[in-house]
Design a protein around this ligand. Structure first.
Ligand code: ADP
Length: 322
C-alpha cells in the first residue's frame, strides 16, 4: 500500500532505497516510540468559516484539513436516492503533501480511499432523515506521512459533528502492522514503506462495529487478531481526543456568548446614560450631533469588515457545486 520515497537518478546512476533498521535493540522504533505507542495527535474543530463543519488534524507528520457540507442537493442528480440521503467523501492529497510532487487530481488510490471512507460514514449518519440529499465530506491531505486515510476519517468525524449532521456516533480510525516480525501500532512512513504488513481500520466506539478493515502485506490469523485488538485499543484513546476537540469547540462558543451578553449589557447601560442626559437637558441638540460618533463605545462602531462580510454571505448563497 505504501509508496517508496522515489530515489531520483543522479547523473545516470540509480540507488535503490536502503532499508533502515526499524527497531533498535531495546525494541524502540525509529522515532523512539514503543510498539503500542501512537504518534502525537491533535485535532481542532471548526477551523473554516464557509464550510458547514470542519476540522484540522495533525497526527505525527500528517496534516489534514476537512470541510463538510450538507445535507444539500445532490450533484449529479442521478446519484440522489428517494428513500434516504447519501454520504460522499472525497479524499485528496495536495500536490505538495509528499516529498516528490504528487500529480494533482484523483488517482486510483484516492478513489479507493474516498470509497471506503464514504461507506464507513454511511454506517453512522442517519441518512434516512434527509432523503434526496447529500452530505459531502472533503478530506484534504496537506502533508502525508503514512496513515493518512485513518487521519482523514478521524478528522472527518469531528467535522461532521461540527456541521451538526445527525449521527449515531463518530467513526474512529487507526492502523497497525508488522515490522521486523513485531506487531506495532500506528505505522510511520519508513515502517509503512519497509514493513511487512499494514492494517488500517475504523470502528464505531459505542457499538464496537468495524466499518473499515483493510490489509496490505501478509499476516497470520493470530497476527491479524492482534492488529485488530491494538487498533481497537488505540481507537478508544483517539475517540477521547476527538471528543476533547468538540468540547473545546463548544466551550469557546459559550465564552463568546458570555462576551456578547456582556457587550449587550454595556450597550443598555450607555443607552440609559444618554436618556438621562437628554432628560436633564444637559446636551443641546444641534449641528454638533455629527460628532456623536466620537462618543460611541467600541462595541457600537460599525465593524470595519461589515461590507466584506456581506459579500461573502452573498457568495455563499450562490455556491452550489461540490
Ligand atoms: P495511508 O496514507 O492511508 O497510509 P498508503 O499506505 O497508501 O495510505 O500510503 C502511505 C504513505 O505513502 C502516504 O501517507 C504518503 O506519505 C505516501 N504516498 C502515498 N501516495 C503517494 C504518492 N502518490 N506520492 C508520494 N507518496 C505517496
Amino acid at each position: 500500500m505504501g509508496k517508496m520515497d522515489g530515489v531520483k537518478p543522479i547523473s545516470g546512476t540509480y540507488k535503490p532505497p536502503v532499508k533502515p533498521k526499524l527497531l533498535d535493540k531495546n525494541g524502540l522504533r525509529l522515532d523512539g516510540r514503543k510498539a503500542d505507542e501512537l504518534r502525537p495527535l491533535k485535532i481542532e474543530a471548526h477551523v473554516l468559516n464557509r464550510a458547514d463543519g470542519s476540522a484540522y488534524l495533525e497526527w505525527g507528520k500528517n496534516k489534514v484539513l476537512v470541510g463538510v457540507y450538507g445535507p444539500r442537493e445532490v450533484h449529479p442528480r442521478h446519484l440522489a436516492k428517494s428513500e434516504k440521503g447519501i454520504v460522499q467523501c472525497r479524499y485528496n492529497m495536495a500536490a505538495f503533501s509528499v516529498s516528490d510532487r504528487k500529480r494533482p487530481g484523483p488517482d486510483r488510490r484516492s478513489q479507493e480511499i474516498s470509497k471506503v471512507a464514504s461507506e464507513a460514514f454511511e454506517h453512522v449518519v442517519f441518512t434516512e432523515r434527509f432523503p434526496r440529499t447529500t452530505v459531502d465530506i472533503y478530506i484534504e491531505v496537506l502533508e502525508a506521512n503514512a496513515g493518512t486515510r485513518c487521519a482523514g476519517i478521524t478528522a472527518a468525524s469531528v467535522a461532521l459533528v461540527d456541521a451538526g449532521i445527525p449521527m449515531k456516533d463518530m467513526v474512529v480510525s487507526c492502523a497497525s502492522g508488522k515490522i521486523e516480525n513485531t506487531m506495532v501500532l500506528d505505522l510511520g512512513k519508513e515502517e509503512d514503506n519497509f514493513g511487512q504488513a499494514d492494517v488500517p481500520m475504523a470502528i464505531i466506539p459505542s457499538t464496537g462495529d468495524i466499518v473499515l478493515l483493510q490489509m496490505d502485506g501478509e499476516l497470520s490469523k493470530d497476527e491479524l487478531a492482534q492488529a485488530i485488538e491494538m487498533n481497537i485499543g488505540a481507537c478508544k484513546r483517539i475517540y477521547e481526543i476527538q471528543r476533547d476537540a468538540l468540547k473545546r469547540r463548544y466551550s469557546v462558543g459559550k465564552e463568546q456568548e458570555e462576551e456578547e451578553a456582556e457587550e449587550e449589557r454595556k450597550k443598555e447601560e450607555r443607552k440609559d446614560g444618554e436618556g438621562k442626559d437628554r432628560d436633564g437637558g444637559a446636551r443641546e441638540p444641534g449641528p454638533d450631533q455629527s460628532a456623536k460618533g466620537d462618543d460611541w463605545g467600541d462595541g457600537e462602531k460599525p465593524a470595519p469588515f461589515d461590507e466584506d462580510v456581506g459579500e461573502f454571505k452573498e457568495n455563499k448563497g450562490g455556491e452550489s457545486d461540490g
